[in-house]
Design a protein around this ligand. Sequence first.
Ligand code: ATP
Ligand code: MG
Length: 434
Amino acid sequence: MRLSRYFLPVARETPADAQIVSHRLMLRAGLIRQTAAGIYAWLPIGLRVLKQIEQVVREEQDRAGAVELLMPTLQSADLWRQSGRYDAYGPEMLRIRDRHDRDMLYGPTNEEMITALFRDSAKSYRDLPRILYHIQWKFRDEVRPRFGVMRGREFLMKDAYSFDLDEAGLRASYEAMFVAYLRTFARLGLTAVPVKAPTGPIGGDLSHEFHILADTGESALFYDAAIEDVSRDELLAADASTIARLTGLYAMEEEEHARIADCPVPAERLRSRRGIEVGHIFAFGTKYSAAMGLSVQTREGEQVHPQMGSYGIGVSRLVGAIVEASHDDNGIVWPEAVAPFRVGLVNMRVDDGSVTSAAEEIYGRLSDAGVATLYDDRDERGGAKFATMDLVGLPWQLIVGPKGLERGTVELKRRATGERDELSVESALARLTA
Ligand code: ATP
Ligand code: MG
């Protein structure tokens, strides 16, 4: 992508109304613009990050055996009357009336819709187990939308729903999703702490939230320091024993922690940190299947309500969480897995024919090799170009200037460490296309 043709409105000044670093950097680096309270337009470079995250989430859902579909954002109130949640949901639900005076709503979540869809086609034990998911915009009219995409009103969520014949099946689906979550967050370069969540009136012990540790997180956590020792490789290879080990380690939100008389963790191992909730998994049994009349026939000919669970990931919130976890004084430092482009190619002198022809050739070769490259071909000062590249945080910067070219070299800078190497064009290309 040529920067001269791109839409990347970067800002040098710190936006006055942004309180946390990820919100400031996302505005400054031209990822998002607010269009109404808690509602954002995703600008081109922000959209690329959002899509990359969405893709990692999708791959891990698919790997766990979940099946993607797409449900609409607008839902009929009647659906929610069937579960009894239309009146119970409260002012977070955005209610809309259409021209025929029918009550509609912008979906805050999809338990009702998926239960109705499944009810209308699943008949017997052969239709189970199933895990269905979609990645779709949600709307919650939050009292206090804040911190940019962290707590928006319109936000992108992956929500999966599982249907099983019995509790053992539900437990297996829950574990498959748990593993998918550990792998997803590890692939995104994040350390996520699974925290046991209260299950409310339904009871049971199957609900966990996944939190990214960050000082700006909205949740206060208490956990066993041993959680921090779990390695990325271990998370990527996660199985039932990893879950057993992780869930065996103490981790609670403050409110729950305060209720526990004897904390099982010795004081020297108890950590207190803030966290950003990026995922929530929840086994709720027959709550919706019973309320909405979803039943299937068992092998023995009996009718039973499937055991269900739901599994959310805040895809748009993750963009903010990753920036919160990965930045420095100069800007964002994207992990490779979600970077909007892999390489930022800087032409230091567009008015110098030999520099420009070398830069153009490198750009062509990177593009041919399928390396996502943002090419700064604008007529700007070198200093401004470097500042922009650092701000937008691509993993690699490749700098082409007159002095280097005289010696036949270009400079390759790694954004995360600031390390610079002077290399021949061929070896720089070999490294970036490897
Ligand atoms: P929170 O406690 O942060 O309001 P929640 O418990 O209401 O979250 P869930 O209903 O479990 O959230 O939704 C699943 C995921 O969707 C959450 O883990 C979070 O990552 C994301 N999410 C929820 N509300 C928002 C929001 N207002 N803006 C962005 N992401 C959100
Ligand atoms: Mg909420």
